[in-house]
Design a protein around this ligand. Structure first.
Ligand code: FCB
Length: 455
């Protein structure tokens, strides 16, 4: 019996990213990205894992699209690898690289699956990284050129365009604490990267719209930041700082309000903001048709003199303590709290009325060490996680949030960045030695949710 129904036209889908699944790292003219370099650098990725083969999706996309159709997906969010399309980062285009996304798009449409294209999911061409990557303005300008090249090929069939995935990770993990490629460890560089990523978004969004793109958006991993003690003014100050560094530094400029004063004051203590040019905030504030929100876990903080802070939040040491999870966690160690998703969606909905939202990622890694009598991974913990978060999303809908869809992370087990292949997020199991795909129990559960349009 259906207990919770979702709106008609609610978009049900799944998400992946190029470097995490495609493999074929040297095929058809693709050049290295920062993730190829990073994963080949000893000590950066678990057990020296790389994306060289990954799920070999580049060669198996037809089988994967058939799997999506079998599950009843209405939409599929994939990313385009910049170094396949423009191996040098700049022009000229590499037609065989574009051909792949052309084939994939056609295969999806032939099955009635709406392609949602993400233009940047962290795989910056190494050639651009060698010239400064996101710390320099040229990368933002080149990103807009590359976006146009992809639109030129797919724009007649792809309706929904996402510029960046989680610029917070690209900037703070890529340039601030070195956990992600390219591995920089410098607060100033992290803020430069934030700005040039946002600028790249703005330039690309304008260019895409001028070229006729219908729906243009960006995906942020917004944080639901909560105080350890709701009555403590020190904790409230910690929430404000972390919220500023994680959420408002992006949402402000993107929605036309510019960088918040408190965030500018904070970053100016860590870097000379000479990279902010007059007119940039205007460029960043290109109209948005859709905000993608990725949510996995809430963030609890306390305000404490001498607090350890977090290397992922430049300038947080000395005043902020990040709390360890106070409840059940996934295999990533991430606290499971579906209510955080409701709070986050309500907050974004209230702060930015008129901006449609889509959950562009939500899911969980679990050990997946049980199989049932049918030989499927019996991932009941993942089913519980997804069920809880869909109920939380429904709560937000019931409270009036303009939520358009839900994309599970991820379709397939894949290369989980610094964690390599040891963390499995897929609703479909991938046996890496044979590349055999087997839907887990969660995939069959999700198939039913989609077919009933509810829980
Ligand atoms: C997000 C990333 C995605 C995946 C999930 C688990 O931060 O966008 O690629 O790794 O986390």
């Amino acid at each position: 019996m259906t207990q919770l129904r979702f709106p008609e036209n609610f978009v049900w889908g799944a998400a992946t990213a190029a470097y995490q699944i495609e493999g074929a790292a040297g095929a058809d003219g693709r050049a290295p990205s920062i993730w190829d370099t990073f994963s080949r650098t000893p000590g950066k990725v678990f057990a020296g894992h790389t994306g060289d083969v990954a799920c070999d999706h580049y060669h198996r996309y037809a089988e994967d699209v058939a799997l999506m159709a079998d599950l009843g997906l209405r939409a599929y969010r994939f990313s385009v690898a910049w170094p396949r399309v423009r191996p040098a980062g700049t022009g000229p285009d590499n037609p065989p690289g574009l051909d792949f996304y052309d084939r994939l798009t056609d295969a999806l449409l032939a099955r009635g699956i709406d392609p949602i294209v993400t233009l940047y999911h962290w795989d910056l061409p190494q050639a651009l990284a060698d010239r400064g990557g996101w710390t320099v303005r040229e990368t933002a300008e080149q990103f807009a050129e590359y976006a146009l090249a992809v639109h030129g090929r797919l724009g007649d069939r792809v309706r929904t365009w996402t510029t960046l995935n989680e610029p917070w990770c690209s900037a703070y993990l890529g340039y601030g604490n070195g956990v992600h490629a390219p591995g920089g460890q410098d607060a100033g560089a992290a803020f430069r990267a934030v700005h040039h990523l946002l600028l790249g978004h703005g330039l690309a969004a304008r260019a895409l719209r001028a070229a006729g793109a219908q729906v243009v958006g960006i995906t942020l991993n917004l944080a639901d930041v909560q105080p350890a003690d709701p009555d403590s003014p020190a904790d409230a100050a910690a929430v404000r700082l972390v919220d500023g560094l994680h959420n408002r530094i992006f949402l402000g400029p993107l929605t036309g309000a510019g960088y918040p004063d408190d965030v500018l004051a904070h970053l100016s203590r860590l870097v000379e903001p000479d990279f902010l040019r007059d007119g940039d905030e205007k460029l960043i504030a290109a109209p948005l048709d859709l905000l993608g929100v990725n949510y996995y876990s809430p963030t609890y903080v306390a305000g404490r003199a001498g607090g350890a802070g977090s290397s992922a939040y430049p300038g947080s040491a000395g005043s902020v303590e990040f709390l360890p999870p106070g409840g059940p966690v996934t295999e990533m160690g991430w606290l499971i709290e579906p209510a955080g998703l409701t709070r986050l969606l309500e907050r974004v909905g209230a702060d930015h009325p008129g901006l449609p939202i889509m959950i562009t990622e939500n899911g969980a890694a679990f050990p997946d060490d049980r199989t049932d009598e049918l030989g499927r991974v019996a991932d009941d913990d993942r089913v519980r996680y997804l069920d809880g978060h869909l109920r939380a999303a429904h709560d937000a809908l019931a409270r009036g949030v303009d939520l358009r869809g839900y994309l599970v992370w991820s379709l397939l087990d894949n290369f989980e960045w610094a964690e390599g292949y040891r963390k499995r997020f897929g609703i479909v199991h991938v046996d890496y030695p044979t590349q055999r795909r087997t839907p887990k129990r969660s995939a069959r559960w999700y198939q039913e949710v989609i077919s009933r349009n509810g829980l």
